[in-house]
Design a protein around this ligand. Structure first.
Ligand code: HPA
Length: 280
């Protein structure tokens, strides 16, 4: 169902006003979205405020067990961060406008950059389990996107450019950080394909995705990135390779395997994000 632009904006503003009120005017400069099994970064945040999604007006509620559903406000790497612990997926039955609602609210709160993480299947034959992949481009294979419907002119243009969805400066900073931290060999670069899920792909679908130029595949991120770029927010997005889907490596996976591989990579992801934040 299409919600009129004025009503969408009103809801975004009410959510932002609630957060501002309950955080005594906290001003985040960086938004962070944590993906499946990657919530550990919040333990590094000097938490000033922690708000339950359930209490924020118009915020969708997390239905995935591995996602907590809290907005954490505090300091990390010398930055004022707003961490979305728990994200929304199209497969849960939300509209794309609901999926990107939190990102738009963070923009209204004043963030100037967005960092995103996710769990993804690795398609590139050289990728190893628990590698990090810096996303340098994407292929949107979701059935729709958050900009379909009335344009929110106050947020961005009707036809936003997608020339560089992932910020080259942030990408370079992440690569430099990986070098400094000594795990550059575990940090890849590549193209992320976003599919609706919730089932993983069939062998033929994995082969197809590789053929069309994808290095990793997952069920999130691209909707939020599209909404962020609509608002001209610079984005850094990192996939954690939680299963290998290249021919020869493919085997049955389950969510426990995915969470275990994410847990293995999490310290590196956390260190990388902290270093990127500190690097300015
Ligand atoms: N496919 C889609 N989504 C995923 C995968 C995958 O192989 N692994 C983690 N999320």
């Amino acid at each position: 169902m299409t919600v009129p632009a004025a009503q969408q904006l009103q809801q975004l503003r009410e959510a932002a006003a609630y957060i501002q009120h309950h955080s005594h005017g906290f001003q985040p400069d960086t938004g962070i979205i944590l993906g499946t099994g990657l919530g550990g970064l919040v333990h590094e945040v000097q938490v000033q405020h922690s708000l339950s999604y359930a209490d924020i007006p118009h915020f969708p509620l997390s239905t995935v067990e591995s996602h907590a559903g809290r907005l954490i406000l505090g300091q990390l790497g010398g930055r004022q961060v707003a961490v979305l612990q728990g994200r929304f997926h199209y497969y849960e039955g939300y509209t794309m406008q609901q999926v990107v609602f939190p990102v738009r609210v963070l923009k209204l709160l004043g963030i100037g950059q967005l960092l995103v993480s996710n769990a993804a299947g690795g398609l590139h034959p050289d990728f190893a389990l628990s590698d990090l992949m810096l996303i340098e481009d994407h292929i949107n294979l979701q059935p729709t996107n958050p900009l379909v419907g009335p344009n929110l002119d106050e947020l961005g243009p009707r036809f936003p450019d997608m020339f560089a969805p992932y910020d080259p400066t942030l990408l370079a900073r992440a690569e430099a950080a990986a070098q400094q931290l000594g795990f550059a060999d575990r940090v890849q670069r590549g193209v992320y394909a976003s599919l609706p899920g919730p089932m993983l792909e069939s062998p033929a679908e994995y082969r197809y995705l590789r053929t069309i130029g994808a290095d990793a595949v997952g069920m999130s991120t691209v909707p939020e990135v599209i909404a962020a770029r609509h608002m001209e927010l610079p984005v850094l997005a990192v996939s954690v390779i939680t299963d290998l889907a290249s021919p020869g490596n493919l085997k049955p996976v389950n969510i426990q395997h995915i969470l275990a591989a994410a847990a293995e990579a999490e310290p590196r992801l956390t260190a990388l994000i902290k270093a990127v934040l500190t690097g300015r």
